[in-house]
Design a protein around this ligand. Structure first.
Ligand code: SF4
Length: 198
Protein backbone atom coordinates (compact mmCIF):
# COMPACT_ATOMS: atom_id res chain seq x y z
CA UNK A 1 0.00 0.00 0.00
CA UNK A 2 1.25 3.50 -0.85
CA UNK A 3 2.03 5.90 1.97
CA UNK A 4 -0.33 8.87 2.26
CA UNK A 5 1.55 12.21 1.89
CA UNK A 6 2.02 13.91 5.26
CA UNK A 7 1.89 10.66 7.25
CA UNK A 8 4.93 8.69 8.46
CA UNK A 9 6.05 5.88 6.09
CA UNK A 10 4.44 2.61 7.16
CA UNK A 11 7.77 0.76 6.81
CA UNK A 12 9.34 3.14 9.33
CA UNK A 13 6.44 2.61 11.75
CA UNK A 14 6.95 -1.16 11.36
CA UNK A 15 10.68 -0.77 12.12
CA UNK A 16 9.73 1.17 15.26
CA UNK A 17 7.22 -1.46 16.37
CA UNK A 18 9.79 -4.21 15.82
CA UNK A 19 12.41 -2.33 17.83
CA UNK A 20 9.95 -1.87 20.71
CA UNK A 21 9.14 -5.61 20.54
CA UNK A 22 12.86 -6.39 20.81
CA UNK A 23 13.21 -4.02 23.76
CA UNK A 24 10.29 -5.71 25.51
CA UNK A 25 11.74 -9.19 24.95
CA UNK A 26 15.15 -8.13 26.30
CA UNK A 27 13.47 -6.49 29.32
CA UNK A 28 11.37 -9.60 29.92
CA UNK A 29 14.48 -11.85 30.06
CA UNK A 30 16.25 -9.37 32.36
CA UNK A 31 13.18 -9.21 34.59
CA UNK A 32 12.98 -13.00 35.21
CA UNK A 33 13.11 -12.22 38.95
CA UNK A 34 13.66 -14.55 41.92
CA UNK A 35 11.72 -17.42 40.30
CA UNK A 36 13.70 -17.18 37.03
CA UNK A 37 10.52 -17.03 34.98
CA UNK A 38 10.47 -17.43 31.21
CA UNK A 39 8.53 -14.75 29.30
CA UNK A 40 5.61 -17.20 28.84
CA UNK A 41 5.55 -18.08 32.55
CA UNK A 42 5.55 -14.35 33.37
CA UNK A 43 2.71 -13.73 30.88
CA UNK A 44 0.65 -16.52 32.51
CA UNK A 45 1.01 -14.98 35.98
CA UNK A 46 0.06 -11.51 34.72
CA UNK A 47 -2.91 -12.91 32.78
CA UNK A 48 -4.21 -14.82 35.81
CA UNK A 49 -3.78 -11.70 37.96
CA UNK A 50 -5.90 -9.67 35.51
CA UNK A 51 -9.03 -11.63 36.44
CA UNK A 52 -9.45 -13.39 39.80
CA UNK A 53 -11.78 -16.06 38.37
CA UNK A 54 -10.22 -19.55 37.88
CA UNK A 55 -9.12 -19.92 34.25
CA UNK A 56 -8.81 -22.98 32.05
CA UNK A 57 -5.62 -24.02 30.29
CA UNK A 58 -7.29 -23.64 26.89
CA UNK A 59 -8.26 -20.04 27.75
CA UNK A 60 -4.64 -19.28 28.59
CA UNK A 61 -3.39 -20.82 25.35
CA UNK A 62 -5.86 -18.76 23.29
CA UNK A 63 -5.26 -15.49 25.11
CA UNK A 64 -1.47 -15.83 24.96
CA UNK A 65 -1.40 -17.02 21.32
CA UNK A 66 0.31 -20.24 22.36
CA UNK A 67 -0.54 -23.95 22.20
CA UNK A 68 -2.09 -26.07 24.99
CA UNK A 69 1.02 -28.33 25.30
CA UNK A 70 3.38 -25.33 25.58
CA UNK A 71 1.15 -23.62 28.14
CA UNK A 72 0.70 -26.91 30.00
CA UNK A 73 4.50 -27.26 30.39
CA UNK A 74 4.79 -23.67 31.63
CA UNK A 75 1.92 -24.21 34.11
CA UNK A 76 3.62 -27.39 35.43
CA UNK A 77 6.74 -25.33 36.15
CA UNK A 78 4.68 -22.57 37.81
CA UNK A 79 2.86 -25.17 39.92
CA UNK A 80 6.19 -26.70 40.99
CA UNK A 81 7.35 -23.19 41.98
CA UNK A 82 4.13 -22.85 44.02
CA UNK A 83 3.01 -19.77 42.09
CA UNK A 84 -0.08 -21.37 40.50
CA UNK A 85 -2.64 -23.80 41.92
CA UNK A 86 -4.56 -26.35 39.90
CA UNK A 87 -8.14 -27.17 40.86
CA UNK A 88 -11.21 -28.84 39.39
CA UNK A 89 -13.32 -26.69 37.08
CA UNK A 90 -16.71 -25.98 38.66
CA UNK A 91 -18.52 -26.53 35.33
CA UNK A 92 -16.54 -29.44 33.88
CA UNK A 93 -15.04 -32.10 36.18
CA UNK A 94 -12.56 -33.16 33.44
CA UNK A 95 -11.13 -29.66 33.05
CA UNK A 96 -8.48 -28.08 35.24
CA UNK A 97 -8.89 -24.53 36.51
CA UNK A 98 -5.93 -22.38 37.44
CA UNK A 99 -5.55 -19.67 40.06
CA UNK A 100 -2.61 -17.78 41.56
CA UNK A 101 -1.23 -18.63 44.98
CA UNK A 102 -0.40 -15.68 47.25
CA UNK A 103 3.26 -15.90 46.13
CA UNK A 104 2.03 -15.99 42.50
CA UNK A 105 -0.10 -12.89 43.06
CA UNK A 106 2.87 -11.04 44.61
CA UNK A 107 5.10 -12.03 41.69
CA UNK A 108 2.41 -10.97 39.18
CA UNK A 109 2.23 -7.60 40.92
CA UNK A 110 6.02 -7.19 40.56
CA UNK A 111 5.85 -8.19 36.89
CA UNK A 112 3.01 -5.73 36.20
CA UNK A 113 5.13 -2.75 37.24
CA UNK A 114 6.39 -0.70 34.35
CA UNK A 115 10.08 -1.59 33.69
CA UNK A 116 12.20 1.44 34.74
CA UNK A 117 13.75 1.89 31.28
CA UNK A 118 10.26 2.03 29.68
CA UNK A 119 9.00 4.37 32.43
CA UNK A 120 11.91 6.73 31.75
CA UNK A 121 11.39 6.60 27.96
CA UNK A 122 7.67 7.29 28.35
CA UNK A 123 8.19 10.15 30.79
CA UNK A 124 10.18 11.90 28.03
CA UNK A 125 7.06 11.96 25.82
CA UNK A 126 4.41 14.71 25.88
CA UNK A 127 0.97 13.68 27.25
CA UNK A 128 -0.60 14.20 23.81
CA UNK A 129 2.00 11.87 22.23
CA UNK A 130 1.25 9.19 24.83
CA UNK A 131 -2.51 9.57 24.25
CA UNK A 132 -2.00 9.34 20.47
CA UNK A 133 0.12 6.19 20.94
CA UNK A 134 -2.56 4.54 23.08
CA UNK A 135 -5.28 5.49 20.61
CA UNK A 136 -3.23 4.22 17.67
CA UNK A 137 -2.25 0.98 19.42
CA UNK A 138 -5.86 0.26 20.47
CA UNK A 139 -7.12 0.75 16.90
CA UNK A 140 -4.31 -1.32 15.43
CA UNK A 141 -4.84 -4.19 17.89
CA UNK A 142 -8.56 -4.15 17.17
CA UNK A 143 -7.91 -4.23 13.42
CA UNK A 144 -5.50 -7.18 13.81
CA UNK A 145 -8.05 -8.96 16.01
CA UNK A 146 -10.81 -8.40 13.43
CA UNK A 147 -8.53 -10.01 10.83
CA UNK A 148 -7.78 -12.88 13.25
CA UNK A 149 -4.07 -12.06 13.12
CA UNK A 150 -3.88 -12.00 16.95
CA UNK A 151 -6.15 -13.31 19.73
CA UNK A 152 -8.94 -11.12 21.08
CA UNK A 153 -7.93 -9.31 24.27
CA UNK A 154 -10.01 -7.53 26.84
CA UNK A 155 -9.68 -3.95 25.66
CA UNK A 156 -12.16 -1.07 25.59
CA UNK A 157 -12.47 -0.85 21.82
CA UNK A 158 -13.80 -4.44 21.63
CA UNK A 159 -16.07 -4.14 24.68
CA UNK A 160 -19.87 -4.09 24.75
CA UNK A 161 -19.74 -1.45 27.47
CA UNK A 162 -17.59 0.96 25.44
CA UNK A 163 -19.38 4.07 24.13
CA UNK A 164 -16.80 5.95 22.00
CA UNK A 165 -17.34 9.70 21.69
CA UNK A 166 -20.49 9.53 23.86
CA UNK A 167 -19.64 13.00 25.21
CA UNK A 168 -18.43 14.99 22.16
CA UNK A 169 -16.52 18.18 22.98
CA UNK A 170 -15.81 17.03 26.55
CA UNK A 171 -12.27 16.34 27.82
CA UNK A 172 -13.58 12.86 28.69
CA UNK A 173 -15.35 11.99 25.45
CA UNK A 174 -15.78 8.20 25.91
CA UNK A 175 -18.08 6.36 28.30
CA UNK A 176 -17.87 3.00 30.08
CA UNK A 177 -21.38 1.67 30.64
CA UNK A 178 -20.09 -0.93 33.11
CA UNK A 179 -18.87 1.58 35.70
CA UNK A 180 -21.02 4.39 34.22
CA UNK A 181 -18.06 6.73 33.92
CA UNK A 182 -16.69 9.08 31.27
CA UNK A 183 -13.04 8.74 30.32
CA UNK A 184 -10.49 9.98 27.79
CA UNK A 185 -7.95 8.47 25.39
CA UNK A 186 -5.29 8.29 28.11
CA UNK A 187 -7.58 6.00 30.11
CA UNK A 188 -8.43 3.50 27.36
CA UNK A 189 -7.82 0.01 28.77
CA UNK A 190 -5.93 -2.68 26.85
CA UNK A 191 -6.69 -5.42 29.41
CA UNK A 192 -9.73 -4.92 31.61
CA UNK A 193 -11.17 -7.71 33.83
CA UNK A 194 -14.71 -6.31 33.35
CA UNK A 195 -14.49 -6.51 29.57
CA UNK A 196 -17.39 -8.15 27.71
CA UNK A 197 -16.91 -9.11 24.05
CA UNK A 198 -18.90 -6.93 21.65
S1 SF4 B 1 -15.74 -2.54 31.09
FE1 SF4 B 1 -13.50 -2.25 30.93
S2 SF4 B 1 -13.04 -2.72 28.78
FE2 SF4 B 1 -15.25 -2.37 28.91
S3 SF4 B 1 -15.48 -0.17 28.40
FE3 SF4 B 1 -15.38 -0.37 30.64
S4 SF4 B 1 -13.20 -0.01 31.13
FE4 SF4 B 1 -13.31 -0.49 28.92
Amino acid sequence: MEDVPGTPPQEQLMVGITRLGQALRITSYRNAGPYRLSPLQADILVFLAGDPRPRRLTELATALASTPPTVSDAVKTLTAKELVERGRDALDARAVSLTLTSDGAAEAERLSRLPPEFARAMSDLAPEDLAAMLRGMSSMIRSLQDRRAIPVTRMCVTCTYFRPQAHPGSNKPHHCAFVDNAFNDEELRLDCPDHLNS
